[in-house]
Ligand binder design. Structure first.
Ligand SMILES: [Zn+2]
Length: 300
């Protein structure tokens, strides 16, 4: 394992699936990489299921998360063990007080502003994210039905990488003044993610490279909070697994859905072999522990 990080710097990581679709091979790849890094560093693993988006939430997707982790014997030491346990104790709905507290803190620091802009308004103004500037002065954060935007910093953000390096990234335009509370009053994804990882003491985050801009945004947000431990979490951004035709995998009920493959009678070993092929790994695998960090991170 190529890292100059002392193992004791990394003590907890997490699987963070969303019950908004059936898991696919790409999710399995991400779980196995997380489990492998945890195994190599001695870090513990938390299962943190993001269910704030209730519109896309479905019980069968939630079940699919537990079934998949069990099927592949992927370990975790903290988090829900069953759907009932999740709903009773671990749902993000139970941590609303933490999200509200973080929003209050940002509000007191005058880092929030209300915004009525729609996606179309932003497009017309040629903006990827943020506010057109035509609405913020006429509204108050107490008005209903508005997004709350976080004033993102201008300066570069520093990410702590698994290699031991600290890299400065310019703040991405796509994340400019990202939304931390939605029109319907619920806290938004980035805020919940930072608050949860901070609360659970996660200090190693493994996610796809497509979420690099999200990581930069989250580090900035963490810096604005009094409890800013998340800002120094170690970040691992892995390559994205593609399907057989070279396209990005997305949550679906298609052929690459683990649910479909498992229900069709594939064994764990068969599916892990399929994953290995997709990663360009030529040695035989029959269990997730057969994958190595270097093989998993050198996929093309
Ligand atoms: Zn606006």
């Amino acid at each position: 394992l190529k890292t100059s990080l002392p193992a004791e710097l990394v003590h907890k990581t997490r699987y963070a699936p969303t019950p908004s679709g059936f898991l696919h091979l790409g999710n399995l790849y991400s779980f196995i990489l997380t489990a492998t890094i945890a195994r190599n560093t001695g870090a513990s693993v938390l299962l943190r299921i993001d269910d704030m988006d209730r519109e896309r939430f479905r019980s069968e997707y939630l079940q699919n998360i537990f079934e998949t982790l069990r099927f592949f014997e992927l370990p975790y030491q903290e988090g829900p063990k069953t759907e009932a346990d999740f709903l009773q104790c671990w749902s993000q709905q139970h941590r609303m007080d933490s999200y509200t507290k973080a929003l209050d803190e940002l509000r007191q620091k005058e880092l929030l502003y209300p915004c009525a802009c729609t996606r179309t308004d932003l497009q017309k103004a040629g903006l990827q994210s943020g506010c057109t500037g035509n609405c913020s002065s006429s509204y108050s954060l107490d008005d209903p039905g508005l997004n709350w935007r976080y004033r993102t910093p201008e300066q570069a953000q520093f990410l702590q990488l698994f290699t031991g390096e600290t890299i400065a990234y310019d703040f991405p335009v796509s994340m400019k003044d990202f939304i931390v509370r939605k029109r319907d009053g619920t806290p938004a994804y980035q805020l919940c993610s930072v608050v949860d990882d901070t609360r659970f003491g996660v200090n190693l985050v493994v996610r796809g490279v497509d979420l690099l801009e999200s990581s930069i945004a989250q580090v900035a947000l963490s810096q604005s909070l009094e409890n800013n431990t998340y800002a120094s979490a170690v970040q691992v951004h892995h390559p994205l697994l593609k399907d057989a035709t070279g396209h990005k995998l997305s949550k679906s009920e298609g052929a690459e859905s683990l649910n479909t493959l498992i229900k069709s009678g594939c064994t764990p070993s068969q599916l892990l072999t399929l994953l290995a092929q997709r990663c360009g790994i030529s040695y035989p695998v029959s269990h997730w522990t057969d994958f190595t960090y270097s093989a998993l991170t050198s996929i093309v």
